[in-house]
Design a protein around this ligand. Structure first.
Ligand code: SF4
Length: 403
């Protein structure tokens, strides 16, 4: 099996290439030819990039002329997963920061809402990620979501996602709080349905907890639920991965994201790599192939994809959705077709000039303590969006006009 299925392509967004080629009038066959002959990409990967590019077309056509998406980062988790490289902190000390963090966030929400109003943009999608947003208590979630609702005009929002990733952070009160604030899409992410692996990767919950969390979410009225799995977790073989996918699909998520294991430099896995039985690239490729066939048989099609550094077998991550359930936010962020304004720790605001495809970024700090202490600086970094910052290197007038 080829250990370099994407050939000489190294970028993280191969589907963007397919999008550009389609946009320049190339046929499906010509797109496939380009990937295979110019880049040395395998046929099935070229077809994947093409299908994701095709999935983008209706979403882009329906996008508001002056739409933006909002992202809010909640950098807390109940514990740190073995492979995680995000700034998330599961310590008691970090947990004590949660109320102050939400207070700071509310100030950034208010400030950012003022900017969005001033530049005349319409909020199209909202995504609250992390970390695990449901690590916050239901009171803090309620407080944050109330602030968001009162500061922004959310009347034209098409999709409102909250990652409720870890089942050990979910309870009925939190789910009902999300529902009360019109959240219509959540993620419950098992990664694996094998209890032994869940323990190995540092998750303090069982596969049964995932089934229970899904049942609870359904009973609270959520019918659009994404689930993430990882192909190639340490110690897992094809049968274990197959079991995970079969169990996940019994729970009938609308959207299943299949990640391929990536050994990230700042993860515990990278630090203690020799202690773990890592899946080889060939097995990971078989897992990914199985997922594509299995999910396709269940009526799910790939709609977005991206690659990361150090992925087993140089593979990719793919979102598969039932018809009508492709996440707009995932499409916008992966294909970089809409400005995303981020708030909270680790947030990266990304402005997209649709006329030129020029992209600019504004970064927030990553650590909650820094974020709370340096909030004013975070707020004023966003001034550039209104063109108030005289030394702006952002061509704000350009992207604003094109939004
Ligand atoms: S749930 Fe996600 S963000 Fe939290 S520790 Fe695990 S991988 Fe990292």
């Amino acid at each position: 099996m080829n250990n370099n299925p994407w050939g000489k392509l190294t970028g993280i967004r191969p589907a963007k290439i397919a999008t550009k080629l389609l946009g320049s009038g190339k046929s499906d066959e010509q797109v496939i030819d380009y990937f295979m002959n110019e880049c040395g990409t395998e046929y099935n990967k070229a077809a994947l990039a093409l299908e994701c590019a095709r999935a983008l077309i209706p979403a882009r056509e329906a996008m508001y002329e002056n739409g933006v998406s909002l992202y809010i980062g909640i950098p807390f988790c109940p514990s740190r997963c073995l492979y995680c490289s995000f700034v998330t902190n599961g310590t008691k000390q970090a947990a004590r920061l949660k109320p102050a963090y939400v207070e700071a966030l509310k100030k950034e929400i208010a400030y950012t809402a003022g900017i969005v109003e001033k530049i005349g943009c319409v909020v199209e999608t909202v995504y609250i990620g992390g970390g695990t947003p449901t690590s916050l208590s239901s009171e803090l979630l309620d407080d944050m979501l109330s602030s968001l609702e009162s500061r922004f005009d959310l009347s034209r929002v098409k999709e409102f996602t909250v990652e409720a990733g870890r089942p050990d952070t979910i309870d009925e009160q939190k789910l009902l709080t999300l529902k009360k604030h019109n959240v219509d899409r959540i993620s419950i992410n098992p990664q694996t349905m094998n209890d032994k692996t869940l323990r190995l990767i540092g998750r303090a919950h069982s596969a049964q907890d995932i089934r229970d969390a899904m049942a609870l979410a359904r009973s609270c009225g959520f019918d659009d639920i994404n689930m993430d799995v990882i192909a190639g977790l340490p110690g897992e073989d094809l049968d274990m991965f197959r079991y995970t996918l079969e169990e996940v699909e019994k729970l009938d998520p609308t959207d299943t994201t299949v990640h391929t294991m990536s050994v990230k430099r700042s993860s515990r896995l990278h630090e203690y790599l020799s202690l773990y039985d890592l899946t080889d690239g060939e097995t990971a490729a078989r897992m990914v192939e199985f997922a594509a066939d299995f999910l396709s048989e269940r009526g799910k099609r790939p709609y977005y994809m991206y690659r990361q550094k150090n992925q087993l077998g140089n593979l990719e991550n793919v979102g598969y959705a039932k018809p009508g359930f492709a996440s707009l936010y995932n499409l916008y962020i992966m294909e970089e077709i809409q400005t995303i304004i981020s708030m909270g720790c680790g947030g990266v605001t990304k402005t997209v000039d649709r006329a030129t495809d020029r992209i600019e970024r504004i970064f927030n700090v990553k650590e909650p303590k820094d974020y709370i202490e340096r909030l004013d600086e975070m707020l004023h970094r966003k001034d550039v969006l209104t063109g108030q910052e005289p030394n702006s290197r952002f061509r704000v007038s350009s992207w604003r006009r094109e939004l």
